[in-house]
Design a protein around this ligand. Structure first.
Ligand SMILES: NC(=O)C1=CN([C@@H]2O[C@H](COP(=O)(O)OP(=O)(O)OC[C@H]3O[C@@H](n4cnc5c(N)ncnc54)[C@H](OP(=O)(O)O)[C@@H]3O)[C@@H](O)[C@H]2O)C=CC1
Ligand SMILES: O=C(O)C1=N[C@H](C(=O)O)C[C@H](O)C1
Length: 237
């Protein structure tokens, strides 16, 4: 993702790559190079420190790396209080279709008795479930709670090996890791006699790059923390 982003930014007429940082490199290289924006596509164990450094140095941050829970997001909001002009976008998924699919799933979720999320990725991915699935499950749970929808029915009494997946805010999330895959997600919504499937597929990592560029072009005009690329899109109510 980092290499793809460097190419995408390098090919954009209104942007310039001034520094490329990998594991073991000093973040000071960004400051020395006069960077105004940072794209973080590192790993869950590194991303929070990278963002803290960017905020401290007044650098706008577009973040695609996963590993952002409520506690970390709250910490970013707190750091931004001292830097009110700095913008941070934390986007679990930069692909437009994935952003829309999560929105559609949340919209549909209150109308079905059951809902579960299945995310499918390449086996080199270090985190499970995906940031996208985590975010989708939370959006679904919020929509169902607001509508007063009952929890999905589930008569399971024994599951010693975790076959029912992770449960995020009451929504079961299943993670598949398979060679050949890139990034895919299905939300299954069921009621008696019917099922709606909302599926998105990223077949190539190029699918994420227009979102990275949109983030870079917008983040400075949106001080504070934005969680999810949908915050920069006009998707209606
Ligand atoms: N938001 C989105 O749309 C998308 C987000 N992602 C997320 O982006 C992240 C990267 O994905 P991907 O490129 O597939 O993963 P990779 O593992 O291929 O790349 C991660 C890179 O980060 C480097 N790295 C590790 N630690 C640090 C550090 N402290 N500082 C700087 N760089 C570091 C790694 O270096 P080394 O090789 O030396 O370990 C590696 O080059 C993941 O969290 C993934 O979930 C991925 C796709 C889309
Ligand atoms: O690691 C990946 O590949 C991806 N990571 C992000 C996630 O965890 O949601 C986005 C996309 O699914 C690809």
């Amino acid at each position: 993702m980092g290499s793809q982003a460097v190419s995408a930014v390098g090919n954009a007429e209104d942007m310039e790559v001034v520094a490329q940082i990998g594991r073991g490199d000093s973040l000071e290289a960004m400051v020395d190079a006069g960077a105004t924006h940072m794209v973080d596509l590192s790993v869950p164990s590194a991303t929070a420190d990278n963002v803290a450094f960017a905020i401290e140095h007044g650098i706008h941050a577009v973040v695609g790396a996963t590993g952002w829970d409520e506690e970390r997001l709250a910490s970013v909001r707190e750091q931004l209080e001292a830097k009110p002009d700095v913008g941070v976008l934390i986007a679990p998924n930069f692909a437009l279709g994935a952003v829309l699919a999560a929105q559609f799933a949340a919209q549909a979720a209150p109308y079905f008795e059951s809902v579960e999320v299945i995310e499918m990725h390449h086996p080199d991915k270090v985190d499970a479930p995906s940031g996208t699935a985590d975010r989708t499950a939370r959006m679904i749970a919020e929509a169902r709670a607001e509508a007063g929808t009952a929890p999905s029915p589930d008569a399971t009494e024994t599951d010693p090996d975790g076959s029912r997946g992770a449960v995020i805010d009451g929504v079961n999330v299943h993670a598949v890791r398979l060679r050949g895959l890139v990034a895919h997600q299905e939300v299954l919504l069921g009621s008696v006699g019917e099922m709606l499937t909302i599926r998105h597929d990223s077949f190539d990592r190029v699918s994420f790059m227009s979102g990275v560029l949109l983030g870079l072009r917008t983040v400075a005009q949106r001080p504070g923390l934005t969680h999810g690329l949908e915050g920069y899109l006009d998707l209606g109510a």
